[in-house]
Design a protein around this ligand. Structure first.
Ligand code: TRH
Length: 396
């Protein structure tokens, strides 16, 4: 463990939770596993508060989980008196450091290692661009592009030490699940149900999926964190029915919807550390954006990714780049089913309706592939360790 590498990590929240989700996870890991001294600059504490309820949205400077958190305004940043930039300065997702910060960096006797942490993509060009240097046109500073990724030669993925042990401990026995259901305020789902978590943007393919779950031969229990998908379900299904699943022991089972073989239960947005447990507990996870997408891979469960939509459908190429890598671990027939499902979920206009029965029939094969995939990713080394090593090398 490095004893005291200092780090400033700058984050602007574009929308939703992915920007701060990634930065908060990384900041904690740099402190906890690498002994770094981290200042996390965030422009939107409201989104942050959802992931970490200890965050006080009124406060400009606070310390949580060993991380110094500063509320900043990108266009009018006020640097604390005596502030000197850390040895490592990370600009998350090209959030564009203000001139005052760059000037302070350039005045250091030894300029910081300046990194732009990029968005995650499985596209082949990522490897060639990872770690490339770009000198500042005016100041004596060099920016490096740090790309997370899925293959050697990239920055890897965020992965905390001990995650597998935690998942194993959760999976052994029923205590972990019982605690989770209790915290979510729901009754333990029936043992024969297919349990699905649904974290998604509003999606045109959702009505057809709900209908297929309604008539599925096996019961489906769908847990929907509050947010965009839950709002869409509310619009589709009308007012929730109160106490839909009278709980044996679970107090305050939330209102939800029951349609045929489908039960939909809205659940609260949980703190970030708890979200993994939801993924571990479910048979299939619908995830989105960047961070939940990565967590679903560590959960080693079948999953369906809704990629963050981009202009001119650029995201669909990224989706296929990931599918090409991931589906290489599945036999051709099952790979086809998964590809069709993901295409239908992400691009319902151009693809036939999602076929849940076909997807459900491949779950066992998908589980095996998901485990093999996670083992392969683990071998890449994790992003925080790769970042620290990169920085230390340049500081030698
Ligand atoms: O919220 P996202 O869609 O985030 C983003 C942003 O839209 C961002 O602008 C975009 O650039 C990026 O996607 C690609 O999805 P994501 O990345 O999965 O982030 C969600 C975070 O919320 C993640 O850290 C997990 C966390 N989370 C909880 O902490 N509790 C919960 O209950 C749930 C459902 C999620």
């Amino acid at each position: 463990m490095h004893s005291s590498l200092t780090c400033d990590l700058f984050c602007t929240v574009v929308d939703n939770y992915g920007d701060i989700g990634v930065c908060w996870r990384l900041a904690r890991q740099l402190v906890q596993e690498h002994g770094c001294i981290v200042r996390l600059w965030v422009d939107d504490l409201t989104a942050f508060h959802r992931l970490c309820p200890e965050i006080d949205v009124q406060v400009q400077h606070q310390r949580v989980a060993g991380v110094d958190i500063l509320h900043w305004d990108h266009d009018a940043v006020t640097l604390p008196a005596q502030w000197t930039p850390g040895e490592m300065v990370i600009e998350a997702f090209a959030c564009d450091l203000p001139p005052g910060v760059l000037d302070a960096m350039s005045r250091q006797p030894r300029p910081p290692v300046w990194l732009n942490l990029e968005y995650l993509s499985a596209e082949p060009w990522v490897r060639e661009h990872h770690a490339l240097a770009s000198p500042h046109p005016r100041l004596p500073l060099v920016r490096h592009f740090f790309f997370p990724g899925f293959e050697p030669g990239t920055g890897g993925l965020i992965h905390e030490t001990g995650l597998e042990q935690q998942q194993q401990a959760f999976g052994t026995g029923t205590a972990g699940r019982q605690r989770l259901w209790h915290q979510l305020g729901i009754a333990p789902p029936p043992a024969d149900a297919c349990l699905v978590s649904l974290f998604a943007y509003a999606n045109r393919a959702l009505p057809s999926l709900l209908e297929q779950w309604r008539i599925a031969p096996q019961p489906v229990v769908c847990l929907v964190p509050e947010g965009l998908a839950a709002t869409q379900i509310g619009q589709l299904c009308g007012a929730p029915e109160p106490t839909i699943q009278p709980a044996s022991g679970a107090a305050g089972a939330p209102a939800g919807w029951r349609r045929g073989n489908l039960t939909i239960l809205p659940i609260p947005f949980v703190r970030q550390e708890r979200y993994d447990e939801l993924l571990w507990a479910c048979d299939v996870n619908f995830v989105r954006g960047e961070d939940s997408f990565v967590r679903a891979q560590w959960a080693r469960k079948p999953f369906v990714w809704q990629i963050y939509p981009q202009a001119e459908e650029a995201h669909l190429e990224k989706l296929d780049a990931f599918l090409t890598r991931y589906l290489a671990l599945l036999p051709a027939r099952e790979a086809n089913v998964v590809r069709n499902t993901w295409h239908a979920w992400n691009d319902p206009v151009h693809h036939p309706a999602l076929d849940w029965a076909a997807f459900y029939a491949t779950l066992a094969t998908q589980r095996a592939a998901a485990a093999a995939w996670a083992a392969r990713l683990l071998a890449l080394g994790d992003l925080a360790a790769n970042l620290v090593a990169f920085c230390e090398n340049r500081l030698k």
